[in-house]
Design a protein around this ligand. Structure first.
Ligand SMILES: Cc1cc2nc3c(=O)[nH]c(=O)nc-3n(C[C@H](O)[C@H](O)[C@H](O)COP(=O)(O)OP(=O)(O)OC[C@H]3O[C@@H](n4cnc5c(N)ncnc54)[C@H](O)[C@@H]3O)c2cc1C
Length: 416
């Protein structure tokens, strides 16, 4: 019987929750062991003084194929960003956007002074090309850096430094755009095919929904694995458990012997939250500060989307990607100064900082997917997690699904 097989999943992040769903769909009853007190991993939302604070500013691209497959968008009450950005440069704010998708952005884009006519032509060409190009074809492309890719395509230094660089720094969490051109194309395509969105209750609503869908999975919180081997789990408190199969849905190098030299490199960021009295612009646009020496990469006024915030003021998030040696209070002072000088935002009241040292895996040779068989590490150990594919929610879901399918192939082959 399927349900008599003992299957453990390590980690209740998005990849672990999807793995559990696929196993449940096939009649199994896995147990998830999670070291923290809740689901979500890197995707969490806190409530503080009535404000929803996501653990790092992040968005769900609703064109992600796996998100379409596993999430109920209606139930999440997805709120859409406008397809564009507000750029704070030289003491001014200018709005640029994709006028083909949002006509009201046509005029501001044409008059923004950002990018030459030739840049606008190259953007149109890129949009058309990527719309037609399949995800598989994108991930088969020769891999160069995003910066080299943009230059090869003929974009001017000006549009790279005022738009592409700050925009994709906020997505890739590194400032040089050394991230794979495959990832650039994939993300650009996803932006073109759909919208950047946030659930009304914050990004944490995504794993909450995935967890609520699980009916026969047991999740055991505050339980940390020390190591995993075939047939056996060793917990941090010294206890052990016999197990038939395990999916490690987090970085495996810390848990499996002989993998200690396969440590993942990570990219970090910090997100600071402030409340501000009133924002004059009600358009949901990500704000970029393209100045090279600026510590602020992007800002977002969360109340420009419909949220469940009940605090009296507006909520502003600020993301810092640049490395620095500031103490927390020095960073807050620096960010407040830049908010005033670059964005003309005065009276920002500090709420909280999220330091995220392991935000995105720093990968080369990134893939569109990992096959079910490739997720198999040993006879009974399987791997999941975004770091196996590419750093995104789509990749986390894909890896979780394929780890479960890989396990099913083996388990069903043996026991049925
Ligand atoms: C600031 C930030 C911005 C991002 N922006 C975007 C974005 O805009 N769009 C996008 O698509 N993606 C974005 N991402 C990436 C996305 O959040 C991740 O790809 C995804 O959440 C990874 O899920 P996962 O299941 O692979 O890993 P994780 O979420 O890391 O889950 C691993 C889980 O395992 C648990 N765990 C670890 N070790 C143990 C142990 N020893 N024992 C028990 N449990 C353990 C952890 O507590 C955690 O819950 C962003 C991430 C961050 C942090």
């Amino acid at each position: 019987m399927e349900k008599d097989l003992k299957i453990a999943i390590i980690g209740a992040g998005v990849s672990g929750l999807i793995a559990a769903q696929v196993l449940e769909n096939n009649g199994f009853e896995p147990i998830i062991y999670e070291k923290t007190d809740r689901v979500g991993g890197r995707v969490k939302t806190d409530l503080m003084d009535g404000y929803q604070l996501d653990h790092g500013f992040q968005v769900l691209l609703d064109a992600y194929p796996m998100a379409n497959k596993y999430l109920d968008y209606k139930d999440l009450e997805l709120q859409k960003f406008l397809p564009g950005a507000a750029i704070y440069a030289k003491g001014k704010k200018v709005v640029i956007g994709d006028p083909l998708r949002k006509l009201s952005l046509l005029f501001p884009t044409l008059t923004s002074g950002i990018g030459s006519l030739s840049d606008k032509y190259h953007i149109l060409k890129l949009n058309t090309e990527l719309k037609k190009k399949s995800i598989e074809a994108i991930f088969k492309d020769t891999e160069i850096t995003t910066m080299a890719y943009l230059k090869n395509r003929g974009f001017s230094d000006e549009i790279i430094s005022s738009f592409f660089n700050p925009f994709f720094t906020g997505i890739f969490l590194e400032e040089e755009l050394r991230t794979s051109s495959r990832m650039f194309q994939f993300v650009y395509k996803m932006f073109g095919m759909g919208n950047a969105t946030l659930p009304k209750a914050g990004i944490g609503a995504i794993p909450q929904q995935l967890a609520q869908n699980l009916k026969r999975t047991k999740i055991i919180f505050n339980t940390t694995l020390e190591s995993c081997e075939d047939g056996k789990l060793l917990f941090k408190d010294g206890s052990t458990k016999r197990i038939d199969y395990t999916i490690i849905a987090t970085e495996s190098s810390a848990l499996v012997k002989n993998m200690r030299n396969q440590k993942v490199q990570w990219k970090s960021c910090q997100t600071l939250y402030f409340t501000v009295p009133k924002n004059k612009d009600s358009r949901p646009l990500i704000g970029l500060v393209p100045k090279k020496d600026s510590f602020i990469n992007n800002i977002f006024f969360h109340n420009t989307l419909s949220t469940k915030n009940s605090g009296p003021d507006e909520l502003l998030s600020v993301t810092v990607v640049k490395d620095h040696n500031f103490t927390e209070s020095e960073l807050i002072t620096q960010v407040k100064t830049e908010l005033q000088t670059a964005c003309d935002i005065k009276n920002a009241n500090y709420l909280k900082t999220y330091n995220i040292p392991k935000a995105l895996p720093d990968l080369t040779n990134i893939a569109a997917s990992i096959s079910p068989t490739e997720t198999r590490l040993t006879d009974t150990l399987f791997l999941a997690g975004d770091y196996l594919v590419n750093g995104s929610l789509n990749a986390a879901m894909l890896s979780g699904e394929n780890a479960a399918l890989g396990l099913l192939e083996v388990a069903k082959g043996k026991s049925l």
